[in-house]
Ligand binder design. Structure first.
Ligand code: S3P
Length: 202
């Protein structure tokens, strides 16, 4: 469990240890963990741009994600995720909310390594609470509640090894309002950038 102060220390230490120039943040995590909500708030706090990869895909295809899956299938959607992620490699001062399945593709990491990755970790029971009535995410399928919970747990187990590659993890608890989480991360990023800028150049 990470509390705000621990989050602070964690980002600070990790960013300086990895010698990362923090000019891009990739938010990763399971569906419903708060990537888009926290990402928007975080970008606002930092005065950076915000990009939601799912929104980019919808705009590119001119159809909702559900329909992309139905018409073209999941592999097509996954190819699109990578294709639209690639140009972000060179962007700066940007917070990107990825889809829940994006970082589960090995190829995504050659792009994600150009920024600071943050895993917004959320307990499966909380994810289920947030997603139980969702009928728009194709990866959740259409199943009774008890099956959906099991499905969430199974999918999370498969994806967690990828999520855990993130530079650091922030717990996205129900009792932590998204604005609070975003403010903490924003402060940490500012500190990390500042520290980097102050470092004497070789
Ligand atoms: C997906 C998550 C969705 C979206 C698509 C596939 C996944 O994004 O990219 O439905 O495979 O987990 P969110 O995580 O923003 O819901």
């Amino acid at each position: 469990m990470f509390y705000p102060l621990e989050n602070f220390l964690q980002v600070f230490v990790v960013a300086s240890y990895l010698n990362i120039q923090v000019n891009k943040i990739f938010l990763i995590g399971f569906m419903g963990c708060g990537k888009s909500t926290i990402g928007r708030l975080l970008a606002n706090q930092l005065d950076w741009n915000f990009i939601d990869l799912d929104e980019q895909i919808v705009a590119h295809e001119q159809m909702p994600i559900e329909q992309i899956f139905a018409v073209h299938g999941e592999p097509y959607f996954r190819t699109l995720e990578l294709a639209l992620l690639e140009p972000l490699r060179s962007h700066e001062k940007m917070v990107v909310a990825l889809g829940g399945g994006t970082p589960a593709q090995e190829a995504a990491w050659s792009i994600l390594c150009h920024g600071l990755t943050i895993y917004l970790r959320c307990h499966p029971d909380e994810l289920f609470r947030r997603l139980k009535d969702d009928h728009q995410r194709p990866m959740l399928g259409r199943m009774p509640p008890y099956e959906r919970l099991l499905h969430i747990k199974n999918l999370l187990t498969l994806r967690e090894p990828f999520y855990c590659r993130a530079d650091f993890t922030v717990d996205s608890f129900a009792e932590h309002p998204p604005a609070e989480t975003a403010a903490i991360v924003a402060q940490l990023v500012r500190e990390s950038v500042l520290r980097k800028q102050k470092r004497p150049q070789n």
